[in-house]
Design a binder for this molecule. Sequence first.
Ligand code: F6R
Length: 610
Amino acid sequence: MCGIVGAVAKSDVLPMLLDGLKRLEYRGYDSAGVAVIDQNKKLSRIRSAGKIVELEKALSSSAAMRGTTGIAHTRWATHGPPTEINAHPHISGHNLALVCNGIIENHEALRKAQQANGIQFASDTDTEVIVNEIQQHIQNGLDLLAAVKATLAVLEGAYAIGVVSADEPNRLVGARRGSPLVVGIGDGESFIASDMSALISVTRDFFILENGDIVDINGGNISIIDQCGRPQYRDKKRSGLSADAVELGDHRHYMIKEIHEQSVAIATALEGRITATRLLEACFGIDSNEIFDKTKSVQIIACGTSYHAGMVARHWFEEYGVPCQAEIGSEFHSRSHVVPEDCLVVTLSQSGETIDTLAALAAAKQAGYAHCLTICNVPESSLVRESDLVLMTHAGAEIGVASTKAFTTQLTALRLLVIALGRRFSMTITDEARLIKELRELPSKVDQAMTLEPTIKEIAEQFADKQHALFLGRGAHYPIALEGALKLKEISYIHAEAYPAGELKHGPLALVDNEMPVISVAPNDRLLKKLKGNIEEVRARGGKLIVFADPSAEISAQENLQVINVAPVDSSIAPIIYTIPLQLLAYHVGLIKGTDVDKPRNLAKSVTVE
Ligand code: F6R
């Protein structure tokens, strides 16, 4: 988490740093800060608690910050509360400033050693030990780069840093161990940032640092080295992101923009990957045929919303005889494994940088899982680089912290993977043709589901004074209920739980009263009859139900039972379609509650700490 941006530029660097910070705000937004070195070799720093808008206020009420070298940071607190003193950049002496994204695991030992050397700490953060350590090496005669190298040798943890020194005013040193860092290549100027989107208004050309890389920027000169100083050559990458893609346009929030982008995103995820009746398996890469032929089972690993996509896919795989398990990354990487023979590990991630998913992939490789495939939205991400096979979701930049289009494009990509592997198990050519036909119609069906928005806006009013909500679903729609509950709690701060509808009677039914809305998804599938029984169980106990149902499900509105018809869809794509009204509900309840929809409290989009 946290976002870093830094630059050695040809003109005043502050506007560019602030623009970069705003584009990185999705990574954390509980405090922010900036440090700039001016032409008199003077380092100045401004920080503030709260979002970047608070930093802007602090900057406008301070003396102008001028200078062409600087670093900036937006924070998601790990060590120390989100206060101004804990905001980055952290400084040492009058000359050295540093920003960090990540966690220094041995910070306590380093802090004690530094305190024993008479160093006083100004913050509660783990980061401050890094800048102090670098300072000690500089005082012992090393230059900035050498001091950073010496410091990295004693740090334990996963992090990315950017550091500047007023004594070397045109220099910026960055380093990456576990957390992402890219280098932007300008015309006579150079930049670093946690991701490419932060720099998209100043450059399209990048070096993507590998783990262990150190970048030494002197104006427009960029050298990338390893810790021993050996040059490392990285290919130049051109970003396909456009500045517009990360602009809000006419939308009030990124979340609603991204909800509405879903039909186009899904169409893009399918583009060039299917014919009228067949999957074009080459989309999984040249080695896929051999790997898929060997695969006997699938282990899905993901976190949060991406995990819910994995839970849906488990149903889809097993329908065609492909054994499949889905597990949360943080659980997978912290347990022992009995490794099934020729099991394909499938990681799902919007960002490709979620540390729990990455750690789980590393654990799977170490345990001896055969091969790995990732379904991911960020092309240069760590997961993409560390996987044998890759299927990009092509959702486009997702800025809203609550994942929406990343989820539905993951499900779309998973449908393709189910076909690729299902073909090798019990899926027939006729099955495949039917599934492809449904996928081709998916974008227009998503648009159709979007027309429910005015009705959902009205329903959202009922949540204005609610403290709790319950979501129900069965089979592949239980994860959709989980996703609906997750969206509602993230965006509106209403406590929401999801249950498999059949599980209610084993306990949660005790919660039902006429105060708590119970939301159910009811597509017309083989589980409908049982679901209707569960809905009646809730109604009989005075529960207030809101049911999103297929018209042919024959669930009629009655007292305490509102029914919102969702146009009929094939069960193969129903989980994707039934997600749409639940996303819209969370968004409109969030609006009514007046929350910061795109940046819910305590969260960050890219979760790079364990
Ligand atoms: C919820 C949400 C999170 C992410 C989770 C994994 O709306 O966005 O639960 O799904 O942090 O992130 P990725 O998909 O980037 O690995």
